[in-house]
Design a binder for this molecule. Structure first.
Ligand code: G3P
Ligand code: CA
Length: 246
């Protein structure tokens, strides 16, 4: 049986600012098979990597991404809570999708991209449309589109019939949206529901788990049949799987 792929969740974000270019560069160093990242649209139509609706938790500023221009976001320091690296531009600057796609292209590595469209968004399906336009300009990358939002996945399928789609959800297991290839759920939900992998695979879906930062948990999930593990610690989880008796 093959080992799950290891995808860096918001980059190798255990010690580096989440979603920073520095965290993705570190993920490459740590041998991650893929990058996971969240996308939001700025007020002037740029796709930036960010989890929360606002920048309060992650930066030294305030406000919603959707109400700010890229230039305004670039004035903020997203490593404000990481004293060791706050003067490093790759740690402190919010990346655009083009920044991270450029990093992957320049790496020469076969990095898979697990791209989460974050909703609700006041821009609605414009987020998916901008993503679709962007990915068209970067042929050859291995992109998978993910969302909690059924509407976002439906929008994507209307735009493009080839990109693999992942539905992210929290338990209980519910009927997946049409046209998705994989299901992704939260580690504690998966751990408390041993039938997750069996049910997903029986129904023809791959089964992904987030966020797996503990070695023993990773080994257990690999044994149970996980196809992708999202982790903040790619090297540690790789080592756990390599050391596993499986
Ligand atoms: O890949 C799924 C996972 O990233 C979803 O949760 O909150 O980390 O975006 P969140
Ligand atoms: Ca995410």
């Amino acid at each position: 049986m093959s080992q799950p792929l290891i995808a860096a969740h918001r980059g190798a974000s255990e010690f580096l600012p989440e979603h920073s270019l520095a965290a993705y560069r570190q993920a490459i160093v740590e041998g991650a098979d893929g990058f996971e990242f969240d996308l939001r649209l700025t007020a002037d139509g740029h796709l930036v990597l960010h989890h929360d609706r606002t920048v309060k938790r992650t930066s030294d500023g305030r406000g919603a991404i959707a109400d700010m221009t890229l230039a305004q976001l670039r004035e903020l320091n997203f490593a404000a809570r990481h004293p060791d690296c706050r003067s490093d531009p790759e740690a402190a600057r919010i990346p655009t999708i083009e920044d991270v796609l450029g990093l992957v292209a320049d790496s020469g590595r076969d990095i898979r991209l697990y791209i989460e469209a974050k909703h609700p968004s006041k821009f609605g399906p414009r987020l998916e449309m901008r993503l679709w336009e962007t990915l068209r300009r970067w042929p050859g990358l291995q992109a998978t589109v993910m969302s909690f939002s059924r509407a976002a996945l439906k929008t994507w399928r209307r735009l493009d019939n080839t990109t693999p789609l992942v539905w992210i959800f929290e338990y209980p297991f519910r009927r997946p949206p049409e046209g998705v290839q994989a299901l992704s759920s939260k580690v504690d939900h998966v751990e408390s529901t041993p039938t997750f992998f069996e049910r997903a695979h029986e129904q023809g879906y791959e089964a992904y788990v987030w966020t797996v930062n503990d070695a023993e948990t990773a080994q257990r999930l690999a044994e149970a049949g996980a196809d992708v593990l999202f982790t903040d610690r790619p090297a540690a989880i790789r080592k756990a799987l390599t050391d596993s008796p499986r």
